[in-house]
Design a protein around this ligand. Structure first.
Ligand code: SF4
Length: 480
């Protein structure tokens, strides 16, 4: 146990400070200041080592949270990373990007602020990399079986690492020019610097995983050929079909999907551009959508020097504090304010976009919105509340509606559910023999922690299929 009375001695959460706004929006580095490890150790001591650790159940990976809190409190960081890696291939990703359902579930949160689980996690893995404790783990024995993993986001990388370590010859196919999927091109550098992906790819390459970029399965290689060339296939292509906003003026120049805008800003960091062609500099920017992707657009626009940034959200403004009707700790997904919102800009709640207005030369100049109220029938416009706001650049961050169907999915002929996602059984098998599916492609748009969990679990299913016996690979969760 971390410290039997730790939660009585230290009752407040302490987290790394964010770098000053006027400094950090001048660069693209992660927003956090360095954090003292002594403080992390003290924070870990707040863990009560609950008889029923709800944090553990709150984490889709089943992370062994009380165990590594105790090890950090006892200064055994080297053992802590062993226990962390036992359930999570990439804690540096989740420690930066996960909204931490474990903290929402933390029992301490009933009476005090929850244990800083996410910060303890990221502190463990960052120290492990610094100390050289993270090493390639190539398999002792190779099976001679081949696996194609299609897609290199977190689900694909987790599945590939597990299957490579089990001795199979794994090739990851990625249609983009770099490995990482949404982590590489969707997540801005200020939320997670891409060096974290690069060193994992180096580790995986040293373990024996093969990466092939610029290969679109379904176009460059047919699905039939892929199946013929591999003993098993794992689909981890994500939910890439974006939700659009088909209102008048959608075709105007300056109205773009978030996933057209964000990758260009990332490519500037990689040296592909000196300046992103889609750029917010000097513009009135409107971001439509109040989720993480919308917040990423907000932070990116600030760094590009936007004249103004306004984020629109159809949902009502959330309460500032936990309502009496909700005794459990607050859900981070509902009430979260990201670092991007500290940097300026405006949020407008309970509004719907009616139309984009042009300047007569094909460019957007304004957006017409209306206030809405929620009723039993959905959102209804409030009469007399229509107004225009200036807009030179609009990004649509309204979520994703499932995987792309054209190409690979159609060629494979896998069954899809009513929402257009790939159907899997409890072993992550699709309706096609030898073809498995993990992550957003089967689950629908979800959290990175679910993607890694599903990648690990699907790997165990594939391993059982290939060996015709049991698998030593751990199963995080079953698809729900
Ligand atoms: Fe520790 Fe919170 Fe988990 Fe309890 S629920 S074991 S206090 S992290």
């Amino acid at each position: 146990m971390a410290d039997p009375k730790g939660f009585l001695k230290i009752t407040e959460r302490e987290l790394p400070a964010h770098r000053p706004v006027d400094v950090r929006i001048q660069d693209w580095r992660e927003v956090y200041e360095d954090f003292d490890r002594g403080t992390v150790t003290k924070q870990a001591s707040r863990c009560m080592d609950c008889g029923i650790p709800f944090c553990h159940n709150g984490c889709p990976l089943g992370n062994l949270i009380p165990e590594w809190n105790s090890l950090v409190h006892g200064h055994d960081w080297a053992e802590a990373i062993e226990r962390l890696h036992a359930t999570n291939n990439f804690p540096e990703f989740t420690g930066r990007l996960c909204p931490a359902p474990c903290e929402s579930a933390c029992v301490l949160g009933i009476d005090q602020p929850a244990v800083t689980i996410k910060n303890v996690e990221v502190s463990i893995i960052d120290r492990a990399w610094e100390e050289g404790w993270v090493k390639p783990l190539p398999p002792a024995v190779r099976t001679g079986k081949t696996v194609a993993v299609v897609g290199s986001g977190p689900a694909g990388l987790a599945a590939a690492q597990q299957l490579t370590r089990a001795g199979h010859d794994v090739t990851v196919y990625e249609r983009a020019d770099r490995i990482g999927g949404l982590l590489r091109y969707g997540i801005p550098e200020f939320k997670m610097e891409k060096r974290h992906i690069d060193r994992r790819i180096a580790q995986m390459t040293a373990e024996g995983t093969t990466f092939r970029t610029g290969v679109d399965i379904g176009t460059d290689i047919t699905a039939e050929r892929l199946r013929a060339d591999h003993d098993a296939v794992v689909l981890t292509g994500g939910a890439t079909a974006w939700r659009d906003l088909p209102v008048p003026g959608r075709e105007l120049a300056g109205v773009h999907q978030a996933m057209e805008y964000l990758p260009q800003a990332n490519r500037v960091q990689f040296g592909d551009y000196d300046r992103a062609p889609l750029n917010a500099e000097g513009k009135h920017v409107i971001v439509i959508g109040g989720g993480d992707t919308g917040a990423d657009c907000v932070g990116t626009a600030h760094r590009q020097g936007a004249a103004s940034v306004t984020q629109l959200e159809i949902m009502p403004k959330p309460p500032a504090t936990r309502p009496d009707s909700q005794p459990w700790p607050t859900m981070p997904m509902l009430y979260k304010v990201t670092s991007a919102h500290e940097e300026g800009g405006k949020r407008i709640y309970s509004v719907n976009t009616l139309e984009f207005l042009g300047d007569g030369e094909g460019n957007v100049r304004a957006l017409k919105l209306v206030e809405v109220r929620r009723t039993d029938k959905g959102f209804e416009p409030v009469e007399g509340t229509e107004r225009e706001i200036p807009a030179d650049l609009v990004t649509l961050a309204m979520g994703f509606v499932g995987p792309q169907k054209e190409g690979m999915i159609e060629q494979l002929g896998v069954d899809l559910d009513g929402r257009g996602n790939v159907v899997r059984d409890a072993d992550y098998r699709t309706s096609v023999e030898g073809v498995y599916c993990a992550g957003d492609m089967g689950r629908g748009q979800s959290l990175i922690v679910w993607a890694i969990a599903e990648g690990r679990s699907a790997a165990a299913g594939v391993d059982r299929f290939l060996t015709g016996a049991g698998s030593d690979l751990p199963v995080a969760i079953a698809p729900t």
